[in-house]
Design a protein. Structure first.
Length: 278
């Protein structure tokens, strides 16, 4: 068991395993210890590679999430406990995905507000992390190789309504040209979360910007407008979400991509996440 203390957070005394203190959002070098631990336990992976899986004629690997096929070949399990924010968890999952050792068990103890913890029902995170069992879920990633822990958004790079087309599988979630001076109750993008089962992604339209700042008059109008942050009637599920537009802002677990994008894709990874949850 490796317990990753991400940022200035407290952990109980006397925990089993190794406690490692890392930055609030750890980087690749910070997580090299996980690479080493995985390589020591499984120097060679005898199961089908990602290329092998991609070449399979069926889509069995994209149905109900499954336990890692590497488990029988491990001398002992490797459990990684992440103590931190959703952004910290995203960084750890991204490193594990890129290193291709998602067979490792992942437990999460959230610090602050956490969409991932709500998604997974982590009401007693420490007891679950230390004594819980694995229940696999789909792992959702971007085409830039970033894993989504709790949620992600696709919005306009500049403040205001979005100009874009966003498609979930073959369903058009939105096709919109942004209007000027629309502060709320408009079309501001899409919010997506990983599902617990196939197909993998649930997405809805955003009716308000992510950080809504209004004057007193605007707040009064907003109060009586009946506007809601998300449009539940737009809910769509699928294995992939594709977005295109002149200047898109892609934010994963609160971390915004450093530059605007013209295209972005989220999709279910070929390997499932071995998450410890109730």
């Amino acid at each position: 068991m490796v317990i990753l203390r991400c940022g200035d957070v407290e952990v109980p005394a006397g925990l089993p395993g190794t406690v490692v203190s890392l930055p609030a959002i750890p980087g690749r070098r910070d997580l090299s210890l996980l690479d080493a631990a995985a390589a020591e336990l499984l120097p060679e992976d005898p199961t089908p590679s990602l290329d092998d899986i991609a070449r399979q004629p069926d889509v069995e690997h994209l149905t109900t999430p499954a336990l890692a096929p590497q488990a029988p070949y491990l001398p002992e399990p490797l459990r990684v406990v992440v103590v931190g924010t959703d952004a910290a968890l995203s960084a750890v999952l991204t490193r594990m995905m890129r290193g291709d050792y998602l067979w490792a068990e992942v437990a999460f103890v959230p610090v602050g507000e956490s969409v991932a913890a709500r998604n997974w029902g982590l009401d007693e995170p420490w007891s679950t992390a230390l004594g819980g069992t694995v229940r696999p879920v789909p792992l959702i990633r971007t085409d830039l190789g970033i894993a989504v822990a709790g949620s992600a958004t696709i919005t306009n790079w500049e403040p205001g309504e979005i100009t874009a087309e966003i498609i979930v599988n073959d369903h058009v979630l939105l096709r919109h040209e942004g209007r000027e001076d629309v502060l709320f109750d408009g079309v501001f993008g899409a919010r997506l979360v990983p599902m617990l089962d196939a197909p993998g992604i649930a997405a809805v339209q955003m009716r308000e910007p992510e950080n809504l700042e209004l004057t007193f008059r605007q707040r009064l109008a907003h109060r009586f407008s009946g506007s809601t942050p998300l449009d539940p009637s737009s809910l769509a599920t699928g294995r992939a979400v594709q977005a295109g537009g002149p200047a898109l802002a892609v934010t994963v677990d609160g971390v915004r991509h450093r530059r605007p994008l013209e295209r972005s894709t989220f999709y279910r990874h070929l390997r499932d996440l071995q998450i410890v949850r109730p």
